[in-house]
Design a protein around this ligand. Structure first.
Ligand code: KG4
Ligand code: ZN
Length: 334
């Protein structure tokens, strides 16, 4: 089954063609970073307008790279939330128009579940059940994935998402937008043990990063001669320690033998290393996607769409959404 996936939930316009949920034939991603950089963050109205300008070209390119025509597409999958409402509407309405014109099924995909499915693309043999930590600019969430269509929230952040904390600390340090990758780079030059930034004590599988962000701001304000790389490395260590510790604890508590990392922050070198080490020490199998599948992309949406459409098994009618399928900008419930 050939699925055309669309992703426009934030500041990447992406279209991808994926076969049977696992084989990526194309994955075209147009970043809007240059448009938002002067503002130091994503401007929702500009994001929506950029998606409108780009989406037609991006879909054409995804088909061309896959060496397919629109008629070869068996279904259209689109991220319909959570995300920026105007941005989501562009992808969803484009997907509806396309699927309707082609007479093909349409399916809305939860963006966070899509992030998890990046791992199914990257690891052919990976199957649920597994525990997934999704860390991105908008989410920090621990998910019990019991089946291809069975996602349960075990815990999440009470305030800032991990990526949001990275981006805000980057701003405090005067690094360019988007800040996460910049903090990652700078941290490689610093001493992660230099500054004892706090690890929030909240519920067993909850996270809190806003206090850490404030601690970094106060440290910088009180120490005019601060060493930038040490601040970056010490902050990053505080985030990474908490993420890894709680994930391993959740795997133990809920009896998972496999841990899967996902989301844009999964590009972070220190997090990748720490999760690998922590899982290996705890006897857990560990998977993570290559960086291009960690940040927002449409291949992960197409992969998730495949499992949603075929949830009733091989040969059964596809489970599609109606033309009244809507966006859900803020709903976190999976
Ligand atoms: O998954 P994603 O592309 O978009 C959301 O769904 O939010 O994640 C983007 C987030 C941003 O906060 C970005 O700064 C962060 O992922 N990020 C990183 C790194 N690469 C991207 N954070 C830390 N280290 C990185 N290398
Ligand atoms: Zn995302």
């Amino acid at each position: 089954m050939i699925i055309l996936g669309l992703e426009t939930s934030c500041d990447e316009t992406s279209a991808a063609v994926v076969q049977d949920g696992r084989r990526v034939l194309s994955n075209v991603i147009a970043s809007q970073v240059d448009v938002h950089a002067p503002f130091g963050g994503v401007v929702p109205e500009l994001a929506a307008r950029q998606h409108i300008e780009a989406i037609g070209f991006i879909v054409d390119r995804a088909l061309a790279e896959a060496e397919l025509k629109l008629d070869d597409v068996d279904a259209v999958a689109v991220a319909n939330g959570p995300g920026l409402v105007g941005a989501l509407l562009v992808g969803v309405n484009y997907a509806k128009g396309l699927a309707f014109a082609l007479g093909k099924p349409l399916v809305g995909v939860h963006h966070v579940e899509g992030h998890v499915c990046a791992n199914l693309i990257a690891h052919g043999g990976l199957k649920p059940p597994f525990l997934s930590l999704v860390v991105s600019g908008g989410h920090t969430i621990l998910l019990a994935v019991e089946g291809y269509n069975d996602y349960r929230v075990l815990g999440g952040t009470m305030d800032d998402a991990a990526g949001e904390a990275f981006d805000k600390v980057a701003r405090v340090l005067g690094l360019p937008f988007p800040g996460g990758p910049e903090v990652d780079k700078l941290a490689r030059l610093g001493d992660a043990g230099a500054i004892p930034f706090p690890r929030a004590r909240v519920g067993a599988f909850e996270f809190s990063f806003s206090g850490l962000k404030t601690a970094v701001m106060q440290y910088v304000n009180k120490n005019p001669d601060y060493v930038e790389a040490d601040v970056a490395a010490s902050f990053q260590q505080a985030v990474v320690d908490v993420l890894a510790d709680k994930t391993v604890a959740a795997a133990r508590e809920f009896g998972f033998g496999t841990v899967v990392l996902a989301g844009g922050v999964a590009c972070n070198a220190a997090l990748r290393r720490k999760m690998e080490d922590a899982c290996s020490a705890a006897g857990l199998a560990f998977y993570l996607p290559p960086p291009v599948l960690c940040t927002d992309n449409a291949a992960m949406i197409a992969a998730r769409g495949y499992y949603a459409l075929t949830r009733n098994g091989a040969g059964a009618p596809l489970v599609a959404d109606g033309w009244d399928m809507d966006v859900f900008p803020a709903r976190m419930v999976l």
